[in-house]
Design a protein around this ligand. Structure first.
Ligand code: 13P
Ligand code: SF4
Length: 340
């Protein structure tokens, strides 16, 4: 065991239940060796909400640590080993652009309800909470969409174009009833008539990691491993999702692998660190292949060295604090999701 490793473990033992370390499934094995809970973004949000630890260290990306701060008490403090680990998709929904889009929608009817992917800033979550909407993750997006549709509302979904389109399709909503809001164009490049015919409006953001998967990759996998099953994350483009045998969030992909028949081959289209771990964990039972290598460089910013630094020194700059004026509305948005 390295010196760094020994020291982290000693601090964990001394801190007992006052310290909770959470690790997203996309973290590397050296970081995951030191966490109390490994999970996807929904599971980790639930753990943070249920925890009474004084200090929570989030090994993931910034929006996840913000959600933990929003869901915990003011006397619980949330830290990240590297606060520069962001999510480019979350940054594609800038708060002022979202406000402009909302004014445009409201000028054209009042049936809209915002649903925001947890991969979004606290400001966008606060906007959603204030306007009666809910957060969702890739695990529960279709369920949250159903909740909104049952209220006879139209959904304004942000920021992931692909999760939005794929979730609408999962519910049997025809593509013609889903419109795309191009945030780089005035009024999203849409007319009042476009809004009128749409039940779902999806923001044009995307994940640079999952958008890498292509139809050609699926065709190559089918030719390389003709008996394999292919499963992809719903942040992948719709053409890829519709060609695959299955699609699902991080935890749904893990369940699919666990339930696979021994001896089978599974090709996975999601972040590479997770696929590598599953391949090694199940190597005696399954053959697990990558649809294509696609690492999240932001997830990789957390390592044993910066984890130890935060646990030893608790620098203020590593604390993630959501401003008071946003926290109450952002909490409403997350709590609605957790109650569904
Ligand atoms: P999950 O919601 O599946 O954990 O995914 C988070 C994420 O960032 C996917 O790219
Ligand atoms: Fe964001 Fe994509 Fe990285 Fe997930 S994999 S944290 S969506 S950039």
């Amino acid at each position: 065991m390295s010196e760094c490793c020994t020291e982290i473990e000693a601090i964990r033992r001394q801190s007992g239940s006052q310290l909770l370390i959470l690790g997203h499934q996309y973290q590397g094995p050296d970081v995951l060796a030191h966490v109390d809970v490994i999970g996807d973004s929904l599971e980790l949000a639930r753990k943070a909400a249920a925890s009474s630890a004084e200090r929570i260290v989030f090994c993931g990306v910034h929006f996840m640590a913000e959600s933990a701060d929003i869901l915990t008490r003011p006397d619980q403090h949330v830290y990240m080993p590297e606060t520069g680990a962001g999510c480019p998709m979350a940054d594609m929904a800038d708060a002022s652009a979202v406000d402009r889009a909302w004014s445009f929608l409201r000028r054209n009817g009042d049936g809209w309800l915002p649903v925001v992917y947890v991969n979004s800033t606290a400001t966008v979550k606060a906007f959603c909470g204030k306007n009666g909407g809910s957060a969702c993750t890739s695990s529960n997006a279709p369920r949250v969409f159903q909740w909104a549709l049952k209220q006879d509302r139209k959904i304004f979904f942000l920021p992931d174009i692909h999760l939005g389109i794929n979730s609408a399709h999962d519910l049997g909503i025809p593509d013609e009833e889903t419109a795309i809001y191009d945030y780089r164009r005035p009024d999203g490049g849409l007319s009042a008539a476009d809004l009128h015919r749409s039940r779902i409006l999806v923001w044009g953001g995307f994940c640079p990691i999952h958008v890498n998967f292509t139809v050609a990759d699926v065709q190559a996998a089918r030719s390389n491993w003709p008996d394999a099953k292919i499963i992809v994350h719903p942040e992948a483009p719709k053409e890829v999702v519709r060609m695959a045998d299955a699609h699902g969030s991080t935890s749904q992909i893990i369940t699919y692998v666990r339930n696979a028949a021994p001896g089978s081959t599974i090709v996975i289209g999601t972040e590479s660190q997770l696929v590598k771990r599953l391949a090694s964990e199940f190597k005696d039972r399954l053959s697990i292949r990558m649809l294509k290598g696609s690492f999240c460089p932001n997830m990789a910013k957390t390592n044993e060295t910066n984890l130890l630094r935060v646990l030893r020194d608790w620098p203020d700059r590593n604390r993630v604090r959501v401003a008071q004026y946003l926290a109450a509305d952002a909490r409403l948005c997350l709590e609605r999701m957790l109650s569904l």
